[in-house]
Design a binder for this molecule. Structure first.
Ligand code: JFZ
Length: 588
């Protein structure tokens, strides 16, 4: 059921996935595969692991998004592409002579992943630029034969991963190859001026290279194929067969294409709002680019990393977080620091992340998120309420004990049950600076009424993902911020005169609530917010092309219980008005 919802989202994405992203938005292939953990052993990697390191490292790292003194903003591994710096193939290949990553230290990287709490590494064996980061006999455009470095860093890293005791895997761009004749996006003629076909590329380079990476680097946990676009099925089939023949336990990413992958990769840099069934991962990066960009200092803090990781695990998935080493092979210090600090937290609270199940609430809660292990619930509190109370809506299973964890210590806390809600009495100050954890021991597996509760003490923001929509269009919208930096929202737009988005909410404490709406649009818009069968308010506010939160007014909830709250777009450019979320803040 849930995966149907997600499949629907991806379908509508094709229609609305515009905003200057031509080409790049159509080549990912079916984002949604039929999920199947073919055998328990391979699925186990995701079930226990939950957290991995992604590494984008290649010849583009040497350029670092700067060519002939000019800086190009966006994802750095696309630098040679015609829509970026547009570097001719011969010129790009020459950069290899300057690529000498002497600071590369495989053990240091493997140790960093381990310290970060990550269970395996997936690194670019070959990206779209066609440059192999390992010693390939199939093609000389590789780090051993074409650079002064001469070493095979993938051999070293595969070994280092074994030494520190984590898994290893490869990213391989199987369809796009911008420098090999016949590859997708590559030269149309071969070195003799003869037309080259995709078949030439496939037989001479792609297939032999996939054989190499799956037979010469020890056990591989995962092969991450990417951007299949229109690659015919017969080729994908062959690649997947090679992987499974050489490495029976290896997982293949859904971006192999044609539904031949083993698990689903969600859109880049995104954590889904609702639980997703099956085997899946979300990929993200420590700053804004996958490959190293010299200017990019927009790092994720240790707390942001933990929030995204825990949110992913709580939605039922796996989180793979990228670093982009520089052209000298070194890891950006700030990325490493954030990873180590978040890793220290994970070592303190491993039970929250590893081998845990998705939240029975199916979505985030106003103050944090929930992961589950058997009869135990772990509440990860990102925004600690200063009121001394933490509210939990809809839990139906009886709580045996509640404890506030502080490393190995645990302090019992008081639990009160009222109106279908649980109120936990907590200290006014959070015990942890990053994320504090409360453990609930239940009498049985958690049963939850997953309706959204309006938190009596804080702000409850609910996206339109959770709204029922009539007379308007709910769809997923994607756009690139910088080139290749994807953003996604679910929006409600194209409002008809009686169109509405309706949320069901549960109110514990009756009274007034400040209501704010987050939207984008053009000019002034009039919005109406109604408690069905109760009060209606309306207001006019401005709009801009960026999503912004605007106050609408106070809305009254006369008694404890369930309400339907509807939003309408009443006046202005209602066709383009794009509603993202509603927020309730009880007036204290
Ligand atoms: C691809 C690559 O083109 C990119 O360079 C990087 O390696 C990234 C991890 O993967 O880009 C994509 C692929 C899929 C989506 C977006 C960008 N997607 O499905 O949203």
């Amino acid at each position: 059921m849930k995966s149907l919802v997600i499949a629907g989202l991806f379908a509508s994405m094709a229609v609305s996935g515009v905003f200057g992203a031509e080409g790049m938005d159509t080549m990912w292939g079916q984002a949604c595969v039929k999920l199947r953990a073919r055998d328990a052993k391979r699925g186990q990697l995701f079930a226990d692991g939950n957290y991995a390191m992604f590494i984008h490292w290649g010849l583009y790292s040497h350029l670092a998004n700067r060519v002939n003194g000019k800086t190009y903003y966006g994802i750095a591994e696309w630098i040679m592409h015609e829509r970026r710096a547009g570097i001719p193939v011969a010129e790009y290949k020459q950069f290899a002579e300057q690529f000498n990553p002497t600071q590369f230290n495989a053990l240091e990287i493997a140790q960093l992943a381990k310290d970060a709490g990550m269970k395996y590494i997936v690194i670019t064996a070959k990206h779209h630029d066609g440059f192999a980061m390992y010693h390939s006999k199939a093609d000389a455009f590789n780090i051993v034969d074409a650079t002064p470095f001469k070493r095979d860093p993938m051999k070293e890293l595969a070994q280092a991963c074994q030494t520190v005791g984590i898994g290893f895997g490869f990213y391989y761009s199987h369809n796009q190859d911008w420098t090999f004749p016949g590859g997708s996006g590559g030269p149309k003629l071969d070195e003799n001026g003869q037309p080259a076909t995709f078949d030439d590329y496939f037989e001479k380079k792609c297939l032999p290279q996939v054989k190499e990476i799956t037979s010469e680097y020890g056990p591989i946990e995962l092969v991450w194929f990417d951007t299949p676009d229109k690659m015919p099925k017969k080729y994908v089939r062959q690649l997947v067969d090679v992987v499974h023949r050489n490495q029976p336990d290896t997982l293949v990413s859904s971006r192999a294409g044609h539904g031949l992958g083993d698990y689903q990769t969600l859109g880049d840099m995104e954590v889904p709002p609702e639980n997703v069934e099956g085997l899946w991962e979300s990929v993200d990066t420590t700053n804004d680019s996958w490959g190293y960009a010299w200017y990019d200092e927009n790092w994720k803090t240790p707390k942001e990393i933990l929030k995204r990781l825990i949110a992913c695990v709580a939605r039922g998935g796996t989180y793979m977080l990228n670093i982009g080493p520089g052209g000298d092979g070194s890891i950006p210090e700030r990325a490493a620091n954030s990873l180590r600090r978040s890793g220290e937290w994970i070592r303190k609270y491993p039970q929250v992340v590893y081998g845990t199940d998705a939240s029975p609430w199916q979505h985030a809660l106003p103050w944090g998120d929930v992961t589950v292990r058997g009869k135990k619930l772990f509440l990860s509190v990102f925004a600690w309420p200063a009121t001394g109370n933490l509210y939990l809506p809809g839990l139906k299973t009886h709580i045996r004990s509640a404890r506030l964890l502080h490393g190995k210590e645990a302090v019992p806390i008081k639990v009160q049950s009222m109106g279908g809600w649980i109120k936990l009495r907590i200290p006014r100050r959070a015990p942890e600076t990053l994320v504090s954890v409360i453990e609930l021991d239940l009498v049985g597996p958690p049963q939850v009424d997953a309706v959204w509760g309006i938190d009596p003490d804080g702000e409850t923001e609910i996206s339109v993902d959770f709204a029922a929509v009539k007379g308007a269009v709910k769809e997923s919208r994607r756009w690139m911020e910088k080139f290749g930096e994807w953003k996604r929202v679910t929006q409600v737009t194209s409002w008809e005169p009686n169109g509405r988005a309706t949320w069901e909410v549960d109110v514990l404490v009756p009274g007034d609530c400040q209501v704010d709406l987050t939207y984008a649009g053009e000019g002034r818009l009039v919005w109406g917010v109604t408690v069905e069968g109760g009060q209606s308010i309306r207001n006019q506010q401005n709009a801009s092309h960026n999503y912004q939160r605007f106050p609408i007014g106070w809305l009254h909830f006369p008694a404890r219980g369930r309400y339907q709250v509807s939003v309408r777009c009443l006046e202005g450019q209602t066709q383009t008005a794009s509603l993202k979320a509603i927020r309730f803040t009880p007036i204290q």
